[in-house]
Design a protein around this ligand. Structure first.
Ligand SMILES: Nc1nc2c(ncn2[C@@H]2O[C@H](COP(=O)(O)OP(=O)(O)OP(=O)(O)O)[C@@H](O)[C@H]2O)c(=O)[nH]1
Ligand SMILES: [Mg+2]
Length: 660
């Protein structure tokens, strides 16, 4: 069965079941609830924008099977970014039998703002007020009975990580109803809602809600309109929209929003009861402390120091030494060599497996002994940071720096995530609101944000050099990031956007989530990276056997030897770097360990490989998200820039006789 056919069958199967869709504001616990209801794990983290794509899973209610969908968080049904559009479009294109709005009990107003919009669509819904524990900690409880009466829908409360209320949630999913409340806008707007509604086609969403989206100036709806209406009718509709706008001084979208906010405020006032806060002071204190313009900095340095100690010293130092020298050096490689020599007949095959460029002695050793311990430690540290809620605070802290570059702090989030995995981060750029921001961030990710495996290897090499070398490396990379970000923001056209990022509270990370995430990521990493490691080593082996490696090293020597001042053999690491930057870095690591690189050479090669084009998977992701032209353009800039900067650094270090 080919993929197409399988997809069709799968789709056919999906159609069979009624659909239930989880929607809600970002970072309210949708993915945790999805996991509890379907038994299928999707990534859960404590920052808005974790989910950028939809995931489906099966759920049984009263013996009947349904298809449950987890969606990216939205603040409104009018999408501001690509991930929000995914959610709105699924409501537009699918006919769900039920919408479950998952909400953060602490921010009832924000919740109701979305509830009102969902209510307008006329789809059957229920409301799940999640995070009840945190609302109590803050000193608030919600009068559910009263809220139920006002909205006319089933409402449940849950505390997802403790599995509290999940059974009730499942029960209430059998009782979907259409909300009672219908918010009336100004007579002018109501008049145009009516006029536009008459022209709209039959859809899953009510005409009223679609008319409101159009009046609010929702451009993302055009594609759908063009699929369903003739251009003349669309022109007529847009004519009404512009006419409505011309009759009022204020933006129509603001008038609509204000009405909704007032209404949500009024409901919230009626149902929120204040109690004595039950929460402690420690987490809120750390939360504020970590964003303080002055005190936030020592905390940030402390976090970096922790990362350096855990990943650089413990992971790349202690663990790598143990794996590489003891396990592989003393046992696996000698044993593999013996077995291969005994069993494999031809010399060339023996060399291919356990020789100088052997698949076992080089590829597997690099992957398992050097990169594996480093990625495991980094992924653990990163998952902890993700789940505490520190990352969005870092975004706030660095907002000022990024403003200098013409970017807003929201853009920091994909960049920080890029420290985990650049490929995933390119996808997270979807949370950014403009094409301009997405292009700039994708470029900066490709150029100056090293990913986890690479940082680990780099930290390992730097910790063997000196603190001064670490500072020079970090300084060069940060300067490159700043200058290229500044230039890119001048060159790439488009509007600047305002900074708006919902800050979650500091939470205690859940050990199980950290383990599941780390195992998942390491597994994914090994699956993706090891075949490329094998391929890269095999290419080197072939080049070596065909005597082409020496030729290549000669051809590259004006750059590698003259410009960068490195031994010709370093070319091999750069060849590996084409497949994966981290593998290239691992090659350098091995060379440095053998004493083949002086401190200056180590530093120059590290800066070059850090700025080097990202791994193959990342380039493919850039092609997928931004298109071939943009990807090629980025590679064409990044590649020479990496070598030029490496060359400049080599020159400076040599001319000024810098001792490392
Ligand atoms: N204290 C508390 N934390 C919760 C609760 N529900 C979820 N969380 C935490 O909230 C964070 C966000 O959870 P997710 O499931 O990733 O949220 P989401 O709505 O899928 O977020 P996006 O995909 O970014 O829109 C995680 O750190 C969860 O552990 C709850 O009821 N109480
Ligand atoms: Mg999610």
């Amino acid at each position: 069965m080919d993929i197409q056919e399988r997809r069709q069958r799968h789709r056919g199967k999906d159609k069979h079941y009624k659909r239930i869709i989880l929607v809600g504001n970002p970072n309210v616990g949708k993915s945790v609830i999805f996991g509890l209801l379907t038994g299928k794990y999707v990534t859960v983290s404590n920052y808005p924008g974790t989910t950028v794509e939809i995931t489906h899973g099966n759920i049984a209610l009263n013996g009947k099977r349904y298809l449950l969908t987890d969606t990216p968080g939205v603040n409104s049904l009018i999408p501001m970014s690509e991930d929000e559009k995914v959610t709105r479009d699924i409501l537009l294109k699918e006919r769900p039998s039920l919408l479950v709005q998952v909400a953060d009990s602490k921010s009832l107003k924000r919740t109701l703002l979305l509830t009102l919009q969902i209510a307008e669509t006329g789809l059957p819904m229920i409301l799940d007020l999640n995070m009840e524990d945190e609302a109590r900690d803050k000193g608030m409880i919600i009068n559910i009975q009263k809220l139920r009466e006002i909205l006319g829908i089933e409402i449940v409360t849950t505390i997802a990580p403790q599995k509290k209320g999940i059974k009730e949630l499942k029960n209430s999913m059998l009782m979907p109803s259409k909300p009672l409340t219908e918010l009336r806008y100004t007579p002018l707007i109501e008049g145009y809602i009516e006029k536009i509604s008459l022209l709209l086609p039959e859809a899953h969403l009510s005409r009223r809600s679609l008319a409101l989206m159009i009046l609010s100036g929702d451009e993302s709806l055009r594609e759908w309109l063009f699929g369903n209406l003739s251009p003349e009718v669309i022109r007529e509709i847009e004519g009404f929209r512009d006419e409505c706008q011309s009759k009022t001084n204020e933006a129509v979208s603001s008038v609509i929003n204000r009405k909704r906010i007032e209404f949500a405020d009024e409901i919230a006032k009626q149902v929120i009861q204040n109690i004595v806060p039950e929460g402690g002071w420690l987490f809120p204190f750390i939360g504020r402390f970590s964003m303080h313009p002055v005190w936030g900095i020592p905390l940030f340095l402390l976090v970096l120091f922790g990362l350096y100690e855990f990943v650089g010293v413990f992971g790349a130092g202690t663990l790598v030494a143990f794996f590489e020298k003891t396990i592989f050096g003393n046992y696996i490689n000698p044993m593999a060599t013996k077995v291969v020599n005994l069993l494999v007949p031809l010399d060339i095959f023996r060399e291919m497996l356990v020789g100088q460029y052997g698949l076992i002695t080089v590829a597997v050793t690099y992957a398992i002994a050097i990169i594996f311990p480093i990625t495991v430690t980094f992924f653990i540290a990163f998952a902890i940071l993700e789940d505490t809620g520190y990352l969005p605070r870092l975004a706030i802290m660095s907002n000022r720096v990024f403003n200098l570059m013409g970017l807003n702090g929201k853009a920091v989030l994909p960049m920080i995530l890029g420290l985990g995995c650049g490929t995933m981060a390119v996808m997270t750029a979807r949370i950014l609101e403009t094409r301009r921001d997405r292009i700039i961030i994708t470029f900066l990710l490709a150029l100056a944000i090293p990913c986890s495996a690479q940082i680990g290897v780099v930290l390992g090499m730097l910790s063997a050099l000196s603190f001064k070398a670490t500072i020079i490396w970090a300084g060069t990379i940060s300067l490159t990031l700043l200058v290229s970000g500044f230039l890119a923001s001048k060159i790439v056209k488009g509007e600047r956007t305002d900074f708006f990022l919902e800050i979650p509270p500091i939470r205690k990370p859940d050990a199980m989530n950290i383990i599941i995430k780390t195992v998942g990521r390491v597994e994914w990493y090994l699956k993706e990276a090891v075949p490329l490691f094998l391929l890269g080593t095999f290419i080197l082996f072939l080049l070596h056997k065909l005597d082409l490696l020496v030729l290549l090293e000669k051809a590259a020597s004006p750059v590698v030897v003259n410009l960068l001042g490195l031994p010709a053999k370093t070319t091999e690491s750069f060849i590996l770097g084409f497949l994966r930057r981290d593998y290239g870095a691992a090659g350098l690591f091995a060379m440095a360990e053998k004493g083949l690189l002086t401190p200056v050479q180590s530093l120059v090669s590290l800066v070059t490989i850090t700025l080097f084009i990202p791994c193959l998977a990342n380039v493919f992701m850039i092609v997928k998200e931004r298109g071939v032209k943009m990807a090629l353009g980025m590679v064409a800039i990044v590649f020479p820039l990496a070598f030029l900067e490496g060359g400049a650094l080599n020159w400076l270090l040599t001319v000024f006789h810098v001792r490392l």
